[in-house]
Design a protein. Structure first.
Length: 396
């Protein structure tokens, strides 16, 4: 019984970390902790949009055309597609849509992280102020470039994460739930981080990396979750990573559990891999304060909202059934960790175009919860993974 109490106590502590970090942020806001950003007049930044692609002939044209069609001066941006180990017409269609295309053939070292590192070495990054990574199944809002420009100079010294939204929100209950959770993060959770100067996570798609950031720190992320690794590396070095809710991009969300299985396993295993490799350096870094260390720990240990809820239910069962020492306190801590999830989810629902249909989509949550717990368990076998090969997610 004591062992159960200790295990549940550790779990409750981990699950409460995001709540504690948010409360610290709210206190900082209440007592004048909002950072000020000095804005000075500057020319429109020069932007390089880098699109890694592997056999993406079905999606690449719409992606490139959305970038070319942005309301941003054509002479201030460029679009480069990295056709990595492709066996289809990705390169041909990318060029036809208006992009420059680099073709890479290296079957021994496949995958998005290696493709990006190779492309960055081929290009004159010093000619641009920032590099933006856009996945090939994505389209961007027409005002995407302007939103980055309006973030304020010097963009070359900072990093940003764009609003990673859903391209097909009305397809299934799963895509509707994903749209709600995206809004909860970008419009509310990450907005709070931005207000107090804490780093938002980098999520691979929509990452904007300043030229000087790349020059100083390079591209050193080659695990199965290169985005979380970059977040950990840059945060440790004191690089500012801001979430931009005004810079919208829309990616194709998996429409079924079968389609999303490989993604979910990789994300879970990748985050845990990064946690194991970099948490020591983050906590010992002298370039960031206690609040940032706490928030980074919360981000890297956070299992995601659905798995979080599932873990709470699983952990609460023995507390309610067995006479476990401290069960009342442990149940209270577990319940308290869910309050934050509920608040952000409700906030995400309020900004949906059709809130009622969005609410009804959560009828699928019990089934999704069980499946996500299973996927999380399966992901444990992938922890420690190195270079990530291209794994296709079936989509339309």
């Amino acid at each position: 019984m004591i062992v159960i109490s200790v295990v549940v106590g550790i779990l409750a502590t981990v699950l409460l970390l995001p709540t504690v970090s948010d409360l610290v942020s709210l206190l900082r806001l209440a007592f004048g902790g909002r950072p000020t950003v000095q804005r000075v007049p500057a020319p429109l930044p020069r932007l390089l949009f880098l699109v890694p692609a592997h056999d993406e002939e079905r999606m690449i044209e719409s992606c490139v055309r959305s970038l070319i069609a942005m309301r941003y001066p054509a002479e201030r941006f460029a679009v480069v597609v990295v056709a990595d180990n492709c066996t289809d017409r990705t390169a041909e269609l990318a060029r036809a849509a208006g992009a420059r295309c680099l073709e890479r053939s290296d079957p021994e070292l496949p995958g998005k992280p290696r493709a990006l590192a190779w492309a960055l070495a081929q290009l004159r990054i010093d000619e641009f102020d920032a590099v933006i990574i856009i996945d090939a199944d994505t389209v961007v809002d027409a005002g995407f470039g302007t939103a980055l420009a309006n973030a304020g100079p010097p963009i070359a010294d900072r990093a940003f994460q764009a609003y990673f939204d859903v391209r097909n929100p009305g397809d299934t209950l799963l895509t509707r739930m994903a749209t709600v959770l995206a809004a909860a993060n970008y419009r509310f959770a990450y907005a709070l981080k931005r207000q107090v100067g804490l780093n938002a996570p980098l999520l691979g798609n929509g990452m904007c990396l300043g030229r000087n950031v790349l020059a100083e720190h390079g591209w050193q992320a080659f695990t199965i979750a290169e985005d979380w690794e970059l977040y950990a590396l840059y945060t440790k070095e004191g690089v500012s990573i801001e979430s931009l809710a005004t810079a919208h991009l829309y990616a194709q969300e998996a429409r079924s559990l079968q389609q999303s299985s490989t993604q979910r396993r990789r994300w879970t295993a990748g985050k845990l891999t990064v946690l194991g490799r970099h948490i020591g350096g983050l906590l010992s870094s002298r370039k960031i304060g206690v609040a940032q260390k706490l928030d980074a720990l919360a981000e890297l240990t956070g299992p995601g909202p659905v798995v979080h809820l599932g873990l709470v239910i699983v952990a609460a069962a023995p507390m309610a059934i067995l006479d476990v020492p401290g069960s009342a306190w442990l149940l209270t801590a577990l319940a308290a960790s869910v309050v934050r999830l509920a608040v952000y989810t409700v906030a995400g629902l309020t900004v949906q175009r059709d809130p009622l249909r969005a609410v009804l989509s959560f009828a699928f949550l019990p089934f999704y919860l069980v499946w996500r717990l299973g996927a999380a368990v399966a992901a444990l076998g992938q922890i420690g993974g190195g270079d990530k090969p291209w794994v296709r997610t079936a989509r339309d």
